[in-house]
Design a protein around this ligand. Structure first.
Ligand code: PMV
Length: 360
């Protein structure tokens, strides 16, 4: 599919009024996306687990406007409250996508969204939020063009979500999702995420992600600015090549059920992401002392017990602890006994791999 395939060719009838609703999960990258080109094109491919319980739930009520094609018009409530600070991001999103959804300018939208996880937890909510928005809007496109196929809807939902927040395009499908063109991954694209199309050993079917909430404060730097700092970063080219090599290695790890290889690759990716932040100009550091304390304790525990748990990090201080479901009781005991002391207010969230977006 090319970008042009997402521009609808046919005319449509304008509807009077109605509601669409979607729920979309967050995702956690195993191979990280950090650095992009204009038009939300990733500088390297990435792969993530789609999560299950950390979700955004969004309803869009649409009402036909008196004047056709009269610009974008919307109101936004987050958990029942007006959030003017989110409006510019939504406005930009609508402006970027109106070419692909020409009906948008005929309606006034009332958007109401909420998250299943605390907003101030430091968990990035833009992925689930933008994926839920995109899924709602594709449900609306289906009402204008009932003939569109589920495959097209999935691809275009991801394509639109990407234009809201890059990593959001990996929150439409479930399981393992790849975003970014890679020669060894059939069907991969810079324009949208696709379910990982090759063999996956059953060891990776039921992965758990326990998110240790280390720091809930405002991020020191937005991901938009973070990506920008990869332009002209002295190590950027090597990093992008490394991520491409890591995708090949991950493909083999997933096929072979190689848990040891998985642990090494995932932790190397997390630390490389943060190394890029620490070596950009200006430099910045998102890990906190407790992030490091947790990482060290995970390394010791893995050595002592041979339990193949590992950590990964987003653009923040929280630690995602990843492990197969058979170790759940053991790992949760370890977390309660030894890691919660490093969490803000002893808070953590138990999540697991899920099935992706839900429309209702
Ligand atoms: O989707 P963005 O622009 O917020 O970027 C997120 C990037 C990371 O979360 C740090 C890595 C990733 O691949 O999800």
């Amino acid at each position: 599919m090319t970008e042009k395939d997402f521009i609808p060719a046919v005319s449509f009838n304008i509807l009077e009024a109605g509601n669409v609703h979607a729920e979309a999960p967050s995702n956690i990258a195993l191979i990280k996306y950090w650095g992009k080109y204009p038009g939300q094109i990733p500088a390297n491919p990435s792969i993530s687990f789609t999560l299950n319980d950390c979700r955004s739930s969004t309803t869009i009520a649409y009402n036909k406007k008196d004047k056709e094609n009269s610009g974008i018009s919307f109101e936004f409530l987050f958990e029942g409250q007006a959030k003017p600070e989110f409006e510019p991001k939504l406005q930009t999103f609508f402006e970027r996508i109106k070419k692909y959804l020409p009906f948008l300018e005929n309606y006034h939208f009332k958007i109401a969204s909420s998250n299943s996880f605390p907003h101030s937890s430091g968990i990035a909510s833009s992925a689930s939020a933008m994926a839920a928005m995109a899924a709602c809007l594709m449900e609306l496109e289906k009402r204008h063009h009932p003939g569109i196929t589920p495959e097209y809807i999935a691809m275009k939902s991801s394509f639109l979500a990407r234009l809201g927040s890059g990593s959001a395009c990996r929150s439409i499908a479930g399981g393992l999702v790849v975003w970014g063109l890679h020669e060894a991954i059939n069907g991969s694209s810079d324009l949208y995420g696709v379910p990982f199309p090759a063999a996956i050993d059953e060891a990776f079917q039921d992965y758990q992600d326990t998110i240790l909430l280390v720091h809930s404060g405002q991020k020191q730097i937005s991901s938009t600015l973070g990506h920008k700092l990869m332009d002209g970063h002295p190590f950027a080219q090597n990093r992008f090549e490394q991520a491409n090599r890591h995708m090949n290695e991950m493909k083999a790890v997933l096929a072979n059920g190689d848990l040891e290889g998985f642990v090494k690759l995932v932790e190397l990716e997390a630390l490389t992401l943060h190394a890029m932040m620490m070596s950009s100009s200006p430099y910045f550091m998102l890990m906190k002392p407790n992030t490091l304390a947790i990482i060290e304790r995970i390394w010791e525990y893995r050595k002592e017990t041979q339990v193949p748990l590992c950590f990964t990090l987003d653009a923040g201080a929280n630690v995602h602890v990843l492990y197969p479901a058979i170790y759940k009781d053991k790992v949760l005991q370890f977390i309660k006994n030894e890691l919660v002391v490093y969490c803000e207010n002893e808070k953590y969230i138990c999540d697991q791999v899920g099935t992706g977006v839900k429309i209702s």
